[in-house]
Structures are given as C-alpha cells and as structure tokens.
Design a protein around this ligand. Structure first.
Ligand code: AMP
Ligand code: FES
Ligand code: ZN
Length: 303
C-alpha cells in the first residue's frame, strides 16, 4: 500500500479512524500537526512561554517532550521519583538519558526525601495506590511550576487516558471531576495553568511515533497499579473503537463541545468556596489542609 499523503513511499502505518495510511516521514508530520492543532485550538501556550513538562519515563511523556522540542518550544522537565524500589530508579535512568540527549533542563522531586514515598504512603492511606499517587504527583507538578515561575505545566495524557477517564466519570456521575476535565485548565485558585497537548492522539499512535523516532522509553508497568480500573475502561473503549472507528474522539470531543460548557456555572460556585492549606498555602482539600499535608499528617499519626 502507498502512503495516502505523499503517494510515493510505501505506507508503514494505517490509521483507520483517519482513513489514511502513512509512510514514516508523513506519519511524523501528521503527528506533529495533530499536536500543533491541539495547542492552537485550546491556546495552550506559545513559543515565548516557559513550559514545564511532567515526565514519567514512559512513551507518552518522552514522546511529547521530543515533539515540543522539535517544534521549537522552550521546555524543562520534571520527574517525580515515587520511591518505588526496582521501578522508580529504572524510570529515572530513562528520563535522565533522554534529558541528556535532548538537552533540556531536568528537575527531580524525590518523594523519599519528602518523607512520602508511595510504598510508605499506601500503608497509611486506605485508597487504591494509583489514586493517592496521582494526587501527590499533581500537588508537586503544581508546586514546582509555581515555585519556578513556569507559564504552564504539560502532561503526556493522551486520547485513551482522557476518554477512559471521561467514561469512568460519567458511569459514576462524578460531577466535580467532570467540571475539571479538559485539555486545558486555566491558572486559577492557586493552581498553575495545565495542558494536555496529546489529547487528540491515541496510545497506539504515540507508540508508533516513539518507534519511528527511536525514543528509548521505560516499558514496565508500575507494580502497584494492578487492578486499576482505568485499564479496564481503556480496554472496553478499544473494543468499541474496533466496532465503530472514531468513537473515542467523538465521545471526548462531544463532551467538550456539548456538556462541558453546561458545567461551568457549578465550577464557578466551587471556585468561590476554595480555601488554602494552613501549612503549605496550596489549595486545601479537607480539614484545612491540602492533600499532601493531609497524607503527611496521617503518616505522622501512625508513627
Ligand atoms: P499516568 O498517570 O502514569 O498515565 O501519567 C500521566 C502523565 O503524568 C504522564 O504522561 C506524565 O506527563 C505525568 N507523570 C506520570 N508519572 C510521573 C512521574 N513520576 N513524574 C513526572 N511526571 C509523571
Ligand atoms: Fe503511581 Fe504506580 S505510578 S501507583
Ligand atoms: Zn499543604
């Protein structure tokens, strides 16, 4: 099969939902274009902005880092060392090697030094490790972006992540989470502006990009993430996608266009009631403390 774009080279990847097949170079151009469209459509950031990208060492964040640097954006990276022995040090090695290759600045937060490595936290907090780990990561993403005066924080969340999260939030009618679900969240209430430039591309497309660009990423799954419900929802959405090509992007874009605007008044009411943590000054969740100060408190009570 010939590439449907240049019509010269042999196609190496077929994208059924776009009714296209691309050679390597045309796929990379197409992929970059999808990211640029996302950035422009949602006014995520410009070439003058200082961007902080959160990188895990996995294919999504390393690929996004690569795209942004190739497109000429000004990017520094943040790695959170979760303190999971046998996992975090391998992820860090990939991040560090990639940072040296690409020549961007790398900031590291070590949760062991912060007193809250994830394996220790989950002994005191009775929730799924991924949920508490996500909360801690989001806290440090925000804190580092604010303290170092970055304009925006970006993550490697892709269409599969966003659609499966939306699916879960709708199934359980998590209205507050739905209010906060978007490819761009503005800077407000002690939270730095957040963007997800990969929201138009799928996990499979990112894997192809990483392969074509020879990106050496960390493949292992986190040993604590077993039984995470999101992977189940992702599989179900992929099953639907096989039956009905393009359903994932239609589901997510449809939500953004039709439903999300209806939720914004409720979000404004929530914003009016926001309070700040008595200890660290970042947005509080309960008991006058933020999520991380609450976790530190629980760990200290257990000692
Ligand atoms: P995940 O929740 O593991 O699917 O990761 C979603 C996004 O969060 C990744 O694409 C990264 O941008 C970011 N991320 C995940 N883990 C880390 C980490 N340990 N350090 C920094 N960023 C991370
Ligand atoms: Fe957070 Fe595994 S990466 S629990
Ligand atoms: Zn706090």
């Amino acid at each position: 099969m010939k590439c449907t774009r240049c019509r010269k080279n042999q196609a190496e990847i077929e994208l059924i939902r776009h009714n296209a097949a691309f050679c390597r170079d045309c796929f990379v151009d197409f992929f970059h274009l999808q990211v640029q469209k996302a950035i422009k459509q949602w006014k995520m950031f410009s070439k003058d902005d200082n961007i902080l990208i959160a990188v895990s060492g996995g294919k999504d964040s390393l690929s996004l880092w690569n795209v942004l640097v190739e497109l000429g954006y000004n990017v520094s990276a943040l790695f959170i060392d979760l303190g999971i022995d046998g996992f975090s040090e391998k992820a860090f090695a990939k991040v560090e090697a990639f940072s040296n290759k690409i020549g961007s600045k790398l900031i590291v937060v070590d949760l062991k030094k912060e007193g809250i490595p994830i394996p220790k936290v989950i002994k005191s907090v009775r929730r799924h490790p991924c949920s508490v780990c996500g909360q801690i990561k989001r806290y440090y993403f925000n804190m580092v972006a604010i303290k170092n005066d970055f304009d925006v924080l970006v993550t490697g969340h892709n269409l599969d992540d966003e659609a499966s999260r939306l699916f879960a939030n709708v199934l359980h009618w998590k209205s507050e989470y739905l209010q906060d679900q978007a490819p761009l969240l503005p800077s407000e209430n002690g939270l730095k502006k957040k963007a997800k430039p990969f929201f138009r591309v799928t996990e499979q497309e990112i894997a192809a990009y990483a392969f074509f660009k020879d990106i050496d990423y960390f493949v292992n799954e986190c040993p604590l993430s077993k039984g995470a419900i999101f992977s189940f929802y992702k599989k179900e959405l992929n099953r639907l996608e096989c039956e009905s090509h393009g359903i994932k992007i239609e589901f997510y874009q449809g939500f953004l266009k039709e439903i999300r605007p209806l939720l914004q008044n409720a979000k404004k009411d929530r914003n009016d009631k926001i309070t700040f943590c008595e200890r660290c000054g970042y947005p509080a969740t309960k008991n006058g403390l933020c999520s991380v100060c609450n976790i530190k408190e629980k760990i200290n009570l257990k000692k």
